[in-house]
Design a protein around this ligand. Sequence first.
Ligand SMILES: Cc1cc2nc3c(=O)[nH]c(=O)nc-3n(C[C@H](O)[C@H](O)[C@H](O)COP(=O)(O)OP(=O)(O)OC[C@H]3O[C@@H](n4cnc5c(N)ncnc54)[C@H](O)[C@@H]3O)c2cc1C
Length: 391
Amino acid sequence: MTHVVVIGASLSGSVAAISLAQQGVRVSLIDKAPFPRRKPCGEGLSARGLGELERIGIDITRYPDLAWGLKGYRINSGSSWSTISDRSGLVGIRRSELDAELISYASKLPLITIHQAITLDSIESDAEKFVITFGRHAITTPYVVIADGASSPTLRALGKKLAVPASPRLGASSSWQITRGTLEPYVHTSFISGGEMYLTPLSRGGVNISVLGSKTLIQRAVHPALLREIVKSVATQLNIEIEMTAPPLGSGSLNSRCHGGHFRGAFVVGDACETFDPCAGFGMTHATLSGRLAAEHILKAQSNSSRDGALQDYSAAREHIARPIRGFTRLTSTMMSSRLGRIGFPIAAKTGVAGMVSHAVHSTTNGEPLRSLLSLVGGLRERAYAEGVTL
Ligand SMILES: Cc1cc2nc3c(=O)[nH]c(=O)nc-3n(C[C@H](O)[C@H](O)[C@H](O)COP(=O)(O)OP(=O)(O)OC[C@H]3O[C@@H](n4cnc5c(N)ncnc54)[C@H](O)[C@@H]3O)c2cc1C
């Protein structure tokens, strides 16, 4: 029986591992972290991402304690909030709980062996196979899925050079509890000096606060006391009182970049493959979609014993879904970062255009014409990646 090694057991890795095991493939799922664990994330998940979880048998909406239904976005433009309605089925969801749920679900499948709190000792590849050693294990396999996140130690161990952006955009996420008042079920976005702040309502009166922006801003936002200062005025404006329940966790660079769908014979998924600026809230969705696609192509490779063909086909299929996401992320980040865009947001919100666009790209259905249009923007951006130009 083929044995697939999946490195990284967060969203992309777990979805790949579960999809494979459900089709009769034996999987070793390895993560350096012990679960549950916290991870910097804005914790807003699209209906498309939820749809992918449902496909593997996890219907998150059945756990009201886990997923909190959201009605769209509110963008602060000075003294007022512009509402972008999106009833596609967005949710706020704690990553520590979602990722632990996935691991727990995977652990119940007899074909998956989970190795948590363990790092690889080595990974070597030749034209046909990999030899992977960790702990007291050594596995030889033709199939490896790299799902170890944006800075992918595995890609680097295999010799891939990951470029570091000259002016990185960074992030910090923290958990809060509402102690007075209520937060409407929208992701609340405010522009602050050097970046933006996102408040995502969660179940049980929880709120995720993520700050994205310049290094100077994030150096402040990772300090609990300084973060409280940053949050205070927005909380006052929203007429709520909130208390920090888990301190901020800083992230590496958030700049959108693509490392490619395969490398040295390995399938590369999730953030290890491509990162999208979180301002558009698509990283988790891409993680689930690419994890499922990699599993489907490994299954195809097994049936026609052509790993190289499957790697090429996987990359093309992933690129097909990534292009509109890239285009949407590009449009959102341009709006977020330019003066004109920030003026345009309230207009797009009031006219309903922003809501229609958001709904179409986040929903599982009806989005195809718009996604095709966004693919053009995403395609231009892909050419820029290939030519090393920063857009
Ligand atoms: C501040 C911030 C806000 C965000 N907000 C949102 C949002 O609101 N909505 C959204 O959809 N996306 C958001 N994202 C993006 C989203 O978090 C990622 O796209 C998503 O987590 C990618 O999932 P992944 O499984 O590919 O990688 P990750 O979630 O990064 O998981 C990688 C896993 O690999 C493991 N690992 C790392 N190295 C090794 C190793 N050597 N050996 C074994 N295991 C290893 C790690 O422990 C981890 O569990 C945000 C990201 C940030 C940083």
